[in-house]
Design a protein around this ligand. Sequence first.
Ligand SMILES: Cc1cc2nc3c(=O)[nH]c(=O)nc-3n(C[C@H](O)[C@H](O)[C@H](O)COP(=O)(O)OP(=O)(O)OC[C@H]3O[C@@H](n4cnc5c(N)ncnc54)[C@H](O)[C@@H]3O)c2cc1C
Length: 550
Amino acid sequence: MTRPILLAVDDDVSVLEAVVQDLRRQYGEVYRVIRAAGGQAALDTLTQLKMRQEAVSLMISDQRMPGMTGVEFLQRAREIYPDARRVLLTAYADTEAAIRAINSARIHYYLNKPWDPPEEKLYPVIGDLLDDWKAGFRPPFEGLRVIGHRWSLKDHRVRIFLSSNHVPYRWFDVAANPEGLQMLNERQIGADQVPVVLFPDGTALTNAEPDALATRVGLRIQATQEFYDMVVVGAGPAGLAAAVYGASEGLHTLVIEPVAPGGQAGSSSRIENYLGFPAGVTGADLGRRAHTQASRFGAEFVTQRATGLRIDGQYRFIQVADGREVSSHVVLLAPGVQYRKLGVPGAERLTGRGIYYGAALAEAASCADEEVYIVGGANSAGQVALHFAKYACKVTILVRGEGLSETMSKYLIDEIAHTSNIVVEACTEVLEAIGEERLECLRLSGPAGEVVIPASSLFVFIGAAPGTEWLPECILRDEKGFLLAGPDLRSRGELPEIWREQRDPFLLESSVPGVFVAGDVRHGSVKRVASAVGEGSIAVQFAHQYLAGF
Ligand SMILES: Cc1cc2nc3c(=O)[nH]c(=O)nc-3n(C[C@H](O)[C@H](O)[C@H](O)COP(=O)(O)OP(=O)(O)OC[C@H]3O[C@@H](n4cnc5c(N)ncnc54)[C@H](O)[C@@H]3O)c2cc1C
């Protein structure tokens, strides 16, 4: 593959030359730096590059140019290279216009001129943006190929596993794509052995399951030590924050997480309200950054699901799905919540065959030019609807209430109202999912009575419940399964009998000393990325206080 491109645009020759030189000096080995002397010339160049299937990673443009402003150029350039990072160069006087452009032209960053010294003012910003771009960039295909059935649950699990672990793959539906069948025939693999994963080294995994795949794609499934100061269960925002603070403050930390770090936030297409990201941040990006940060401080990650917790004196043992155990003094439980199931006839049988929970990012491309249905009226449903609107020809949001205003943030409602292929059906409930091998129809009750409509994909976002059944009874929880911690352990002012310590439980400590709880899984928690991050960070302080007692 040729080197991806950084495009600099300015009518002022000396500024353009300075940008190009600074970019070449730092990024010249990995990227090609090219220039254009104005907006129109740059758009022409981008069009030609697009035709040659070249990758453009970043465009940096001056705001004040005759003919076309930098904002106008970046706005139009986004239509040609939507994933390239967009940076506006401004004078101080234009700062307000630049901030407005973050929304209107979806600019990723604005830089004030001059940017000297580049080591402080240019490279950290550009480096960060290029990391983001690289994380989402799919080079001309060299990765895994997955051959399977679109409507098979096994196939769906493999695709979810790969996409949630950010492993690039290309998917071939045997029923719709003759190339898939041809690849199987060439390797003399029967169509009954799908899903089949083909690796770049020419080998194949038939009847692929996530566990077998994890080892093949190089994910670590076994901890390197038997004992850690702190074991964190779940690498969502809460677990990742605990890993960053714990590891950076010297705690030998292990994080257990069955998919790629990021948690529920990882499935959210764009988090717009997390502090410090004025242009929003995708959940996957946030997870990847936090994972890198925690790893840099020495936290270790294993791709496993925690299946049990055992207490033995001052040791806590976490069991994982393959039967192994790790021990520690402190455990932080941050497994978040799982999507609530749609309890209507047909829904369970058709899960993964047209009915999906939290699988939006992996399934979006398969729904290209189709009509998709989304159930739910909260922010998660709104974000997913906007994401699908980029692929599907029509997105219908089904809500039980009279509209979205009670349940969804205003910024999402506004965006939905401005998206022409999203329709909101209020006062509507799903009564039944109908289909033999895959979802074919939905029976709905709406303002006009009961109707049966054809539907092939239904994405369910009707809230979430904690998946805490794997924990022992000594970890107390409320009637819905959310874990009790700190003051919430008291009932009518009394601590539970199970609590034998002379001291009160720390703020985020569960009914078992040294086992802490953070994030969405905690009874009474605020279901937000920021609060999960806050709790994960605070829990580490209490872990220190607990460990000080040893
Ligand atoms: C679609 C969507 C959009 C959202 N948008 C926003 C938004 O814009 N702004 C905002 O502030 N909040 C948003 N939220 C809410 C936010 O994502 C959550 O509040 C936040 O992710 C909670 O963090 P957490 O770490 O507690 O749990 P989670 O993010 O749920 O992470 C828990 C992690 O634990 C792992 N896990 C579960 N069980 C186990 C086990 N047994 N063993 C090991 N690991 C396990 C899971 O795989 C998961 O990765 C959104 C949520 C959704 C679903």
